[in-house]
Design a protein around this ligand. Structure first.
Ligand code: NDP
Ligand code: MG
Length: 400
C-alpha cells in the first residue's frame, strides 16, 4: 500500500493551516498561495527558525493563534514583538510538535529544512490525522518507514510538495497502482551540468548557489549542484509511491518543464509539464483532489523550442549513486547518507570544505557504517549524530 491514500474531499469551510518553516522559500510561497485564496484558508500557526523579523510581519498579516521560533531566545524576541496581539509563542521541537497536532489545524505544510527539526512534527501531524503537505524530503529519506506507519496509525494524509513527486502523483491520479511500471524523475542537472569535472576543484559557494531554473533555500540549492537532491528524491519516491529501487529512474532534463513521468504496464507514459514554479505543487497539495483556478505563469509554447533529455553522469555526480546505494542497503544507511550530506553542505556553505569534498565525505562515512537493518527513531537519531560527527572529524583532519 502506498502512503498516498485517496483523499477525503475537503469541506467548504476554510482549511485551517499550520505552516512549519513559514519564513523559508517553500513557506513564503505557501503564504503567497494563501493570499490568492483568502476565503479558503485560515492560518492558525506559523513557525520560523531564526528569522523573527519576517515571522513578526507574517503574524501581523495572518493573525495566527500560535507561532513557534527555533530557540527559546528567538521565542522571547517574538513574544516581545507580538505583545500587543493575542498570539501564543512557543519554542523548539516541542512547539513544532504541538502546532502540528493541534485540534484546530486541518493541514500542515512541512517546510522546515533538514531531518533534525523536520521528522518529529510530521509524525505528530500524521498520527493526529492531519493532511500533511510534505516539502521536507529529508523526513522521508531518513524515516520513510516510520512516516508510513504514522499515516496508517492516524489515518492522516500525506501529499507531496516536491515538484517531481507532485508530478508523479498527478500522473497516477485515477490509475491503479499495480499498473505503474516505472517512474522517471527528471533533474535539471544543476548549474554544473556542462561544466567539465576537472574544474570542480575551483567551484565557489556563489557558483553552486546559482541554480539555472529554480530559486530555493541554500541547502537544497547545493544539493541540486551535487545532484544529491535527485538522490534524496529517489529515496523519497520509494516511500511515497511504494516502489523498488529498480522502478525509479532519473533523467536529466535541463529545461525543467517536464516535472516527472510515469510509465505504465501497457507501454503508455504520462508526464506532467509546466513552468518551474513551486506555487503550483504547493497549491495542488492543499487543493487536492480539486484544482483551483489560479493566475500562476502559463507555459508559452512559442518559447519552448525543444525538450532535451540525457542520462545522468554518476562519475561526475557521485552523490546520485551514493543515494541509490543507501536505498539499496536500507536500515540506517539513508539516515547516514542524509546526515553526512547535511553536515558536508553546511561546512561547504561556511567555506570550511571544498565542493568536491561533499561526495568524498559522504562516501567515507558510508564506508564506515555498521548497518542497523530495523532502526527505531532513536537509532535513526543516533546514526544521524554519528554521521555528522564523522564528517566534522574528516573536515578537521583529512579533507582540504
Ligand atoms: P529554506 O532554507 O528556504 O527554509 C527553511 C525553513 O526552515 C525556514 O523557515 C527556517 O527558518 C526553518 N528552519 C531551519 N532550521 C530550523 C530549525 N532547526 N527549527 C525550526 N525551523 C527551522 O528551505 P526551503 O524552503 O528551500 O526548503 C524547505 C524544505 O523543502 C527542504 O527540506 C527542501 O529540501 C524542500 N524542498 C524545497 C524546494 C524549494 O523549491 N525550495 C523544492 C522541493 C523541496 P529561518 O529561516 O527563520 O531560520
Ligand atoms: Mg524536487
Amino acid at each position: 500500500m502506498t502512503t498516498l491514500e485517496p483523499s477525503r474531499v475537503l469541506n467548504e469551510s476554510p482549511q485551517r493551516l499550520a505552516v512549519l518553516g513559514a519564513t523559508g522559500s517553500i513557506g513564503t510561497q505557501t503564504l503567497d498561495v494563501v493570499r490568492l485564496f483568502p476565503d479558503r484558508f485560515d492560518v492558525r500557526a506559523l513557525t520560523c527558525g531564526a528569522n523573527v523579523d519576517l515571522l513578526t510581519e507574517q503574524a501581523r498579516e495572518f493573525r495566527p493563534e500560535i507561532v513557534v521560533a527555533g530557540s527559546a531566545p528567538k521565542a522571547k524576541t517574538l513574544r516581545h514583538r507580538l505583545s500587543s496581539l493575542d498570539i501564543e509563542v512557543l519554542a523548539g521541537e516541542e512547539g513544532l510538535r504541538h502546532v502540528a497536532a493541534r485540534d484546530d489545524v486541518d493541514s500542515v505544510v512541512a517546510a522546515v529544512v533538514g531531518f533534525t527539526a523536520g521528522l518529529v512534527p510530521v509524525l505528530a501531524a500524521l498520527r493526529a490525522g492531519k493532511r500533511v503537505a510534505l516539502a521536507n524530503k529529508e523526513t522521508m529519506v531518513v524515516g520513510g518507514d516510520l512516516v508510513q506507519e504514522a499515516v496508517e496509525e492516524g489515518d492522516g494524509e500525506l501529499l507531496p510538495v516536491d515538484s517531481e513527486h507532485s508530478a508523479i502523483f498527478q500522473c497516477i491520479a485515477g490509475e491503479s497502482e499495480q499498473t505503474v511500471e516505472t517512474v522517471v524523475l527528471t533533474a535539471s542537472g544543476g548549474p554544473f551540468r556542462t561544466r567539465p569535472a576537472n574544474t570542480f576543484d575551483d567551484v565557489t559557494v556563489d557558483e553552486a548557489l546559482n541554480h539555472p531554473n529554480w530559486s530555493m533555500g541554500p541547502k537544497i540549492t547545493i544539493d541540486s549542484a551535487t545532484m544529491m537532491n535527485k538522490g534524496l528524491e529517489v529515496i523519497e519516491a520509494r516511500w511515497l509511491f511504494d516502489l523498488t529501487v529498480d522502478e525509479i529512474q532519473v533523467l536529466v532534463h535541463p529545461q525543467s518543464i517536464v516535472h516527472s513521468m510515469v510509465a505504465f504496464a501497457d507501454g503508455a507514459v504520462k508526464a506532467q509539464l509546466g513552468v518551474p514554479d513551486m506555487k503550483v505543487p504547493i497549491q495542488y497539495a492543499l487543493s487536492y483532489p480539486s484544482r483551483w483556478p489560479a493566475p500562476h505563469e502559463r507555459l508559452d509554447w512559442s518559447e519552448v523550442s525543444r525538450l532535451d533529455f540525457e542520462q545522468p553522469d554518476t562519475d561526475k555526480f557521485p552523490c546520485l549513486q551514493l543515494a541509490y546505494d543507501a536505498l539499496d542497503a536500507g536500515g540506517t544507511a539513508p539516515a547516514v547518507l542524509n546526515a553526512a550530506n547535511e553536515q558536508a553542505v553546511s561546512l561547504f556553505l561556511e567555506e570550511e570544505i571544498a565542493f568536491v569534498d561533499i561526495p568524498r565525505a559522504i562516501e567515507d562515512v558510508m564506508d564506515q557504517l555498521t548497518l542497523n537493518g530495523t532502526p527505531t527513531l532513536e537509532d535513526l537519531s543516533d546514526a544521524d549524530e554519528w554521521a555528522r560527527e564523522c564528517v566534522k572529524e574528516l573536515a578537521a583532519t583529512s579533507l582540504n
